[in-house]
Design a protein around this ligand. Structure first.
Ligand code: SF4
Length: 326
C-alpha cells in the first residue's frame, strides 16, 4: 500500500480518512492522485473545496473530504502537526480509531487501533460470545484488551499487523486458523465456533423507493447541486428527484437500480424526460439546478452510483435522446 512505503503524518491522515468505510483496493488510486496533487498539509490547505470534492467524487461519504480539507487548514496553521491520539481526536471527523492509527503509525505512540478486523480477532481469541450492539460499542469494549497487547516498541507495525491478520487470515465467515500465529492461544479455535464470532444484535432493515429524472438538453445533463450546508452529500451533484423538478414519474423507467446504505435498501427508478420550454424556464429559477455537459461528467463532483447510472443511460439511450431533443 502506497501509504506504507513512505510514511508521514499527512499520508497517514489521508489514507486513514479515505479507508474509513471504503475498501483498500478502491482507495489506492484515489490516494495516489490525491497525494500527487497535494503532497502535504499546506498544499491541501490552499486547495478550493470544489476541486477537493471533484477529486474525492466516487469514494462516497463526502463529509470525509470536507473534514480532511478543514483539518489540513488547521494543521497547516500550527508550528508542527499534533503527535498524540488525544490531540488528533480534537479534529472533526477523526474518531478514536483514526486518531490511534495516526499517532501509532506516524508518531510511535503506543495506543491500540481497534477496527472491525481487530474486534473480530480479539472476540475469537478471547472467546467473547455475548451479543454486541454495534461496531462502535464493540470497538469500545475491546479497546482495553487491545491496549494491553500493543507492542510499545513498534505500535504502528503491531496495529497494522492486527488489522491485516483480521483482513486476510481471521476473516469474516470461515477463518484460516491453520495459517494463524495466534492459533495456540485462541479460544474460538479450541471451541470450534470461530466462524460464528463476533456476534451482533441483528438490526431492523428498511426499504425505500426514490424516483429520479434523467434530463438531457443540447448535450447537457440536468443535475442538482446540494448546498454546502446540506446534511447529506453537501456540495455534491446528483440526479434530481422527479418531484423536486415539478415532474411526475410515468410509464417505464429507463433504469431501475437497488442499493443499500446502512440498514436501508433503496429502489431507485430513473425516468427519462424530454424537457419542455416551460420546464427549462422554471428550473432556471432553482439555484441548485445546473446543466453539465455530458462530456464533462468525469470532472463533476458526482457520487459514484449517480455517475455510473448516467454513464449506463447515456451509452444506451443518450444518442437517441440527444437526437430527439433541442
Ligand atoms: Fe482467528 Fe483462527 Fe487465529 Fe483464532 S486461530 S485468531 S479464529 S484465525
Amino acid at each position: 500500500m502506497p501509504w506504507r512505503e513512505e510514511v508521514s503524518a499527512y499520508r497517514t491522515v489521508v489514507s486513514e480518512l479515505m479507508c474509513q468505510q471504503t475498501q483498500i483496493a478502491t482507495v489506492i488510486p484515489y490516494f495516489e492522485r490525491w497525494t500527487a496533487k497535494w503532497p502535504d498539509f499546506p498544499d491541501l490547505a490552499r486547495a478550493e473545496e470544489a476541486e477537493v470534492m471533484a477529486l474525492w467524487a466516487g469514494l462516497g461519504y463526502y463529509s470525509r473530504a470536507r473534514n480532511l480539507l478543514a483539518l489540513a487548514r488547521q494543521v497547516a496553521a500550527l508550528p508542527r502537526p499534533p503527535r498524540t491520539a488525544a490531540e488528533w481526536r480534537e479534529f472533526k471527523g477523526v474518531g478514536p480509531y483514526t486518531a490511534a492509527a495516526i499517532a501509532s503509525i506516524a508518531f510511535d505512540e503506543p495506543v491500540a487501533v481497534v477496527d472491525g478486523n481487530v474486534v473480530r480477532v480479539l472476540a475469537r481469541l478471547d472467546g467473547v460470545r455475548a451479543k454486541l450492539r454495534d461496531a462502535s460499542s464493540a470497538a469500545k469494549l475491546f479497546t482495553g484488551r487491545a491496549d494491553e497487547l500493543v507492542d510499545p516498541k513498534q505500535p504502528g507495525d503491531f496495529n497494522q499487523a492486527m488489522m491485516e491478520l483480521g483482513a486476510t487470515v481471521c476473516r469474516k465467515g470461515v477463518p484460516d486458523c491453520g495459517r494463524c500465529p495466534l492459533a495456540e492461544w485462541c479460544d474460538a479455535k479450541a471451541q470450534g465456533d470461530a466462524a460464528t464470532l463476533p456476534r451482533f444484535v441483528s438490526k431492523e432493515r428498511k426499504e425505500a423507493a426514490v424516483d429520479r429524472a434523467l434530463v438531457i438538453r443540447a448535450g447537457k445533463i440536468l443535475l442538482r447541486r446540494n448546498p454546502p450546508a446540506a446534511k447529506r452529500l453537501a456540495g455534491m451533484a446528483e440526479i434530481a428527484v422527479v418531484s423536486s423538478l415539478g415532474l411526475a414519474a410515468d410509464g417505464e423507467p429507463a433504469l431501475v437500480r437497488r442499493r443499500t446504505i446502512g440498514t436501508v435498501t433503496y429502489e431507485e427508478k430513473l425516468y427519462a424526460f424530454e424537457p419542455k420550454a416551460a420546464d427549462v424556464r422554471r428550473w432556471a429559477q432553482d439555484a441548485e439546478l445546473e446543466w453539465v455537459d455530458a462530456s464533462e461528467l468525469d470532472g463533476a463532483a458526482l457520487s459514484g452510483p449517480h455517475r455510473r447510472w448516467l454513464g449506463e443511460w447515456l451509452s444506451r439511450d443518450g444518442r437517441k435522446a440527444r437526437g430527439r431533443l433541442p
